[in-house]
Each structure stands twice: as structure tokens, then as C-alpha cells.
Write a protein that binds this ligand. Structure first.
Ligand SMILES: Nc1nc2c(ncn2[C@@H]2O[C@H](COP(=O)(O)OP(=O)(O)O)[C@@H](O)[C@H]2O)c(=O)[nH]1
Ligand SMILES: [Mg+2]
Length: 495
């Protein structure tokens, strides 16, 4: 996400840093900043006001006379981005022992039904008793979709036959049902249209008047940029929204909606959807988002994700096995699966400061896709029998060929993987005696070896790229030459 705005803003700020820092240079650079925002589909007025605010501060005496003025300007841009998207507000006004009603609305396809499920799942994890309500009677499939989601997360779903009811009735009945079952949160999945229209607004306002929800949340598709922001304004005028949930921030959104929606509506972004799965809902942090937009990574989110999705018992077990030298290829496969639960390698790279560009560079280079490399390694291990994974020394030439065939790789690649794994196992055992700091360093070395651009390639293949510089080969050659010379001398003597 945000690739192009990150690049364009980087270029704009870079141009300021390179030139001599004069007021006119800064104003030129700020023109480029505004262009970058507009290209990311940021609302025109928002982009204009933003650059004005930044320029005013940037051309001030304080900045021009500072030790590192260019850095100061990046700092100002960062602060303004944060306040553009802020403040932080994750409140949902849930009360224990009482029924709170959350009404979700938005255009069709924005992600309402999915987000209802995500929210219910999150609230349930926090110890609440939510109930979902199928109040979208426009599409028959919508009710079924919500019922499936409810089943997945173990949350009850209230629904009625669409033909025999209407949305207001469904919500009123659901509220009774929720009270009877001691639920404390009722989440209404309302209908959407392709465009905002009077019939939709009338239906939503009826539900709003009758149920008096504690929270009216707008679900907004971040991929649709300006359209999303315009519709947000209409929804807000009719319903007085309490918050926005931006969805599909995992896709290649340009960033316009994230950057404009708060400024245009005055309504805070509370959560963001970062995937189709029901656990892919995150609290919105304007500071982290600003860091990412400026290409500075987001370590806080990376650590949180790790804590959330990594199975700490499993990690502990694996570490123990490593230290005891019992770490098998099967364990390696499991470790890989754990890491992949956190997201693609490319998406993880972007969260690490300074690595965003690397992810972009990889995009530009063919055949340098860490996710593809990982996929090949996984395919190779999966093509081994369990016995082979535990005892890789059994893998001879014919087994190697079979594994290569089964995984769509070539035997040299399988050989390379086995060799690397052997090296790794040796190193792990040697690590057993190290302190945790040294160990960490070694783990990082290992990772870069295993996941590097040539991961899976055998040493042989890497060498052949460089030409015959191998010491063994050279030594063999010299030996042969010496032998030949000796034989020749013998022959000469006999004559
Ligand atoms: N990638 C991604 N897809 C999402 C996200 N939220 C929803 N979707 C997908 O968007 C599509 C529409 O979602 P749905 O909940 O049915 O939208 P509704 O019409 O507003 O109820 C579905 O395919 C969802 O899986 C998200 O955060 N990321
Ligand atoms: Mg829906």
C-alpha cells in the first residue's frame, strides 16, 4: 500500500534536501509534495491546505537556521500527516451489563458484512457478548454470508426471512433477542447501494431513529479514494457518524481516502481492515500510518502482529529443538508457516525501517521475489517424506531427483537447500553455548542466508555464476598438474 505516494513524497522531500535551502527552493519542493498528494487521490482542498501549513512552518527562520534543515522539514511533514489523520480514537462506547448498539453502514462492497464479523470477533475476545444482526435485506445472499461469518467466530446471528420482514423490524426484534440472551453488543449489518441514494438513506435513518445506536460507524473502501470520501460526507450529514473503518488497506491503495476522510468529514478513523480474514482488523494509529507513508516502516505494528499471530509455545518448542540440534526440515517448514501467518515477506519488509525501498526494488527485479523463493523451499520440503525431512542425510541422488520433480524445481536446487540446512544445523548447535545477544546476531545472519535472493540455489550454482574460484577445484587442478609433470619426468628418465 501507498507505494507511489511514498516514492513521490520521498522524491519531493529529497529534492528539497539536495538543493540549497532557500525559501524559493522550499516552495518548489512543496509544490511537488502537493502533486504527490493529489496523485494519491487526496482531496484537492485537503492537499492544498496541507502544503500551505507545511510551507509556512518550513520557510520559517527556525528551520532555515537549524543544524539539519532538511530533516526538520521531513519532521514537519510527518507531524502534519499525523494531525491530518488523527486524533487517536478507538472508542466504541461499549458498556458492560447493558446493551450497546453499533450500526454499520456504507456502500455495497465496502466490506460492511466482513467488518461486522471482524468487530464481533474482536469484541468477543475482549470479553463481550456480541450478537450480529442481518439487517441487509437487499440481497438474499447477504443474510447467508453473515450467518456463515457468525458460525466461524462463534457469535450468534439474528436474521429473518427477507420476504417477510423489513430492516427496522429485524433490528427491533434482534434487540429483544439480544436482551433475552444477555448479549451486551448488537452489531447491525445494514444494506448498501452502489451509490448513495435517497432510498438507502431513508432506510438507514429509520433504523437510526428507532434503535438510537450508540455508535454509527461508516465502513469505507480505501481503494476507492475520493469516491469513498465523498460518500462519507453524505453518510455523515444524514447519520452523524461516530467513526470510520477503512477497509482493504492491504491492497494497493493510493492512500487518498486514508489521508482525506478525517479532514473532510471531521470523523475519526477508528479501525482499519488489512485483509479478508476475520482477524485482520487493526486499531488505527495515525502516527504509524504517517511513518509508513514516509517510508519509515512500522516496527510497532510488526511486533504487535508477531505477538498476535505467532504461537509462542510452538516458537519455544522450535527454539529448544534448535538448541538441542534436533531441528528437522519438518520444523523448518513449521517455522516458515508461522512467519507466513504474519503476511507476505514483501509486506513484512515494508514494516522494517529502511526496507520499504528494498521491497520496491525487489518488485522491479525479475526473479527476486522472496515470497516465491520461500514458496519453492516449501514445495521442496513438502515433496520429501516425513522420514526424509527428519533424516535428510538419506536423500541420495535418486531421491533428490524425485523431490525436484515433485516440487517443480531442479535437483541442484534441492541439493542446495539440503546443504544450507546442514550448515544451518551445525551453526545452531554451535550457538547453543552463546549468550542471547550473539545468538540473535547469528540468527539474523542465518535468516539472510536462507531468505537471500539466492536462497534455494546450491553453492555450486552460485559459484558457477562467479566462475571457478573454488579453492578445492584449484587444489585438484594443481595436484593433477604436478602428477602430470612427475609422470613426464619418469618417462624422460626411462628413455
Ligand atoms: N483485501 C481485503 N478485502 C476485504 C477487506 N474487507 C472486506 N474485504 C472483501 O471485500 C468484499 C466485500 O465485502 P463485504 O463484507 O461483502 O462488503 P459489503 O457489501 O459492504 O457487506 C469481500 O470479498 C471481502 O472479502 C479488507 O480489509 N481487505
Ligand atoms: Mg454485506
Amino acid at each position: 500500500m501507498f507505494e507511489s505516494i511514498t516514492r513521490n513524497l520521498g522524491d519531493a522531500l529529497g529534492s528539497i534536501a539536495r538543493g540549497r535551502l532557500t525559501e524559493s527552493n522550499i516552495r518548489d519542493g512543496m509544490g511537488k509534495v502537493r502533486q504527490a498528494l493529489l496523485e494519491a487521490d487526496v482531496n484537492y482542498d485537503v492537499a492544498k491546505a496541507f502544503t500551505q501549513r507545511v510551507t509556512e512552518q518550513a520557510v520559517g527562520e527556525k528551520v532555515l537556521k537549524a543544524l539539519r534543515p532538511a530533516e526538520q522539514i521531513v519532521g514537519i511533514v510527518y507531524q502534519e500527516l499525523v494531525s491530518l489523520m488523527g486524533p487517536v480514537d478507538h472508542s466504541l462506547a461499549i458498556r458492560r451489563g447493558e446493551l450497546s448498539v453499533i450500526m454499520m453502514c456504507g456502500l455495497q462492497g465496502a466490506g460492511k458484512t466482513t467488518t461486522c464479523g471482524k468487530l464481533a470477533r474482536m469484541l468477543k475476545e475482549q470479553g463481550n457478548k456480541p450478537m450480529l444482526v442481518a439487517a441487509d435485506l437487499q440481497r438474499p445472499a447477504a443474510i447467508e454470508q453473515l450467518r456463515v461469518i457468525g458460525e466461524q467466530i462463534g457469535v450468534p446471528v439474528y436474521w429473518e426471512e427477507a420476504a417477510r420482514s423489513n430492516p427496522v423490524q429485524v433490528c427491533v426484534n434482534a434487540r429483544k433477542e439480544a436482551r433475552a440472551h444477555d448479549c451486551n453488543v448488537l452489531i447491525l449489518d445494514t444494506a448498501g447501494r452502489l451509490h448513495v441514494d435517497d432510498a438507502l438513506m431513508k432506510e438507514l435513518m429509520e433504523v437510526d431513529n428507532k434503535l438510537m445506536p450508540d455508535q454509527a460507524l461508516l465502513v469505507c473502501d480505501a481503494m476507492t479514494g475520493q469516491d469513498a470520501v465523498n460518500s462519507a460526507k453524505v453518510f455523515n450529514d444524514a447519520l452523524e457518524l461516530d467513526g470510520v473503518i477503512l477497509t482493504k488497506l492491504d491492497g494497493d491503495t493510493r492512500g487518498g481516502a486514508a489521508l482525506s476522510v478525517k479532514a473532510v468529514t471531521g470523523v475519526p478513523i477508528k479501525f482499519i481492515g488489512v485483509g479478508e480474514q476475520l482477524d485482520r482488523l487493526e486499531k488505527f494509529h495515525p502516527d504509524r500510518m504517517a511513518q509508513r507513508i514516509l517510508g519509515q516502516g512500522d516496527v510497532a505494528t510488526l511486533l504487535e502482529t508477531a505477538q498476535r499471530v505467532l504461537d509462542s509455545d510452538e516458537m519455544e518448542r522450535q527454539q529448544q529443538k534448535m538448541l538441542e540440534g534436533k531441528f528437522s526440515l519438518d520444523d523448518f517448514l513449521k517455522a516458515m508457516a508461522q512467519i507466513q501467518r504474519m503476511g507476505s515477506m514483501k509486506s513484512l519488509l515494508k514494516l522494517i525501517p529502511g526496507m520499504g525501498q528494498m521491497a520496491q526494488a525487489l518488485d522491479a527485479l525479475d526473479g527476486m521475489d522472496p515470497d516465491k523463493d520461500l514458496g519453492r523451499v516449501r514445495a521442496m520440503i513438502q515433496s520429501m517424506t516425513l522420514d526424509e525431512r527428519r533424516n535428510p542425510e538419506k536423500i541420495d541422488r535418486s531421491r533428490r531427483n524425485r523431490i525436484a520433480q515433485g516440487s517443480g524445481t531442479d535437483p541442484a536446487e534441492v541439493h542446495g537447500l539440503l546443504k544450507q540446512f546442514k550448515d544451518m544445523s551445525g551453526m545452531m548447535q554451535s550457538m547453543a553455548g552463546l549468550g542471547s545477544g550473539d545468538r540473535m546476531k547469528k540468527v539474523m545472519d542465518l535468516q539472510s542466508q536462507m531468505m537471500g535472493p539466492n536462497a534455494g540455489l546450491g553453492r555450486e550454482k552460485q559459484r558457477s555464476k562467479r566462475g571457478p574460484v573454488d579453492k578445492d577445484v584449484l587444489r585438484d587442478k594443481k595436484k593433477q598438474q604436478r602428477k602430470q609433470a612427475k609422470d613426464q619426468r619418469k618417462k624422460n628418465k626411462r628413455r
